[in-house]
Design a protein around this ligand. Sequence first.
Ligand code: 4NP
Length: 149
Amino acid sequence: MRVLFVCLGNICRSPTAEAVFRHKANLAGLDVFIDSAGTGGWHRGELPDSRARETGEARGYSFAGQTARPIEAEDFEDFDLILAMDQKNHEELLNRSPKHSQQKVRLFLSYGDTSIREVPDPYYGGPQGFEKVLDLIENASDGLIKTLY
Ligand code: 4NP
């Protein structure tokens, strides 16, 4: 199973999802390949945002080895699940996906057990935004793991 998390910049939300889901999948003993990407390429090659890293590391997640990259055409072939952090990125992914891969493209929070469907972009906000991102991502990661057993 290969899972790709996607947000806009690939420096805040999707790197956090990658770190959280890798940790939880390891604990669950699942054999999954996990990566993340952005629909935008402005931050290519950058480390995850320091605020995202600090908030995530404080909860025990590792961002080791992560650098930002934009999504590429091959990703729609290589991954089994392509999970968007919000509606806008979901629509962008569906627009870019070949027809045969569109069923792989989902809203990540559809795996959560709350009524919230989007991970809000924390980039221009304060530290509580990064805590909220983690809460939502932890919740949806637990739900996704249940579907992969
Ligand atoms: P992300 O957050 O999509 O969660 O990585 C953002 C990072 C950068 C920008 C927007 C959102 N930006 O406009 O540069």
